[in-house]
Write a protein that binds this ligand. Structure first.
Ligand code: COA
Ligand code: MG
Length: 297
């Protein structure tokens, strides 16, 4: 499965930004029908997005649809369940039941459109306290769910806090999403967009916090955020070299019948080697799938 280190949002109403988004080098583009689209513009956004997704494009496209409790969801799905997109992101997902309803509707539309049932991924956007509390069941709602996405701006509004440069207010929610994803056996989650467009130092720190907690990547809203986020969610050369050294030293020790060794002042045993192999696997995937050119999802 592809690695999504950086996913760039573009408003579903803005042709210029959409066209530009596909010339940049994020791992995926997310076309938004939800919060980036004014209430009176939902129809025109649907028309534009369905026009754009008519032809298969790289990087792969996700479309974020409005929440299940809105009057837009059915028209959104009718407009975007089509071959050529990687998946649907469901805004404001709060329960497994909501996710299963969208799964069901998506399945019917896939069948109607001669697509294999289950072709499209469904990414629940968790962005409320209720969603966070139910994250375990949402993550396990149906096989179409392969990863969760965190919406930190709605979440801070829901908790009467403000998205800060230190990010203390996001810690609990992020930790819950990591745990819920592991328990459900799905991919690590995608971190929230960071509102600081002009402060790339704050963006970097925000992304690094999420990376250290176990997120696979981060969604972004502005071209300037892509480079730093891609870099932070890629293993560094030093990490790759250290992982190679760990695996080589351990394999040599294991061949001699030893299960634990000391390397550069640190203990190396099975979990450390397993983690080193994960880093090498991620680096291998990135090599095979250069930014903006990921084949398949
Ligand atoms: N995708 C593609 N291109 C983008 C972009 C995006 N998300 N955000 C900005 N750009 C382009 C601009 O069109 C401009 O292009 P140009 O130089 O060719 O004219 C360039 O990048 C510089 O943009 P800038 O002037 O700094 O920003 P802006 O004021 O035009 O836009 C936002 C700022 C926040 C409105 C814009 O970044 C945006 O719409 N982001 C996505 C918002 C979204 O989808 N939110 C929903 C998810 S939370
Ligand atoms: Mg929102």
């Amino acid at each position: 499965m592809a690695l999504f280190r950086c996913l760039l949002f573009a408003p579903g109403t803005d042709r210029k930004k959409i066209d530009k988004a596909y010339t940049l080098h994020a791992d995926a583009v997310i076309l938004d029908l939800e919060d980036a689209v004014a209430a009176g513009e939902k129809d025109s956004a649907r028309r534009l997005v369905s026009e754009v997704i008519g032809a298969p494009v790289l990087p792969p496209t996700f479309v974020r649809v409005n929440g299940v409790t809105t009057s837009h969801i059915l028209a959104d799905l009718q407009a975007v369940v089509r071959p050529g997109i990687a998946g649907i992101m469901l805004a404001k997902a709060e329960t497994a039941e909501e996710v299963r309803r969208v799964d069901w509707l998506t399945g019917l539309l896939e069948e109607e459109r001669n697509m294999p049932r289950g072709a499209l991924e469904l990414v629940p956007f968790i962005e409320s306290v209720r969603g966070i509390e139910n994250a375990h069941e949402v993550a396990a709602a149906c096989p179409r769910v392969k990863r969760l996405a965190f919406g930190g701006n709605d979440y801070t509004a829901d908790t009467w806090t403000t998205y800060s440069e230190e990010g203390t207010e996001l810690f609990y929610a992020r930790a819950k999403l990591i745990a819920a994803s592991r328990i459900a056996g799905i991919e690590p989650p995608l971190d929230t967009v960071c509102p600081f467009i002009k402060n790339l130092t704050a963006l970097r720190e925000d992304a690094l916090r999420a990376k250290k907690m176990g997120f696979q990547g981060k969604m972004v809203i502005h071209p300037a955020q892509i480079g730093p986020v891609l870099e932070i969610f890629s293993p560094t050369q030093e990490e790759v070299a250290a992982a190679q050294k760990i695996v080589a030293a351990f394999e040599e020790a294991q061949a001699k019948g030893t299960g634990v060794i000391q390397l550069d002042g640190k203990m190396v045993e099975y979990p450390i080697v397993n983690r080193a192999r994960q880093i090498l696997a991620a680096a291998g995937k990135i090599k095979e799938q250069p930014p903006g050119n990921i084949a398949g999802t």
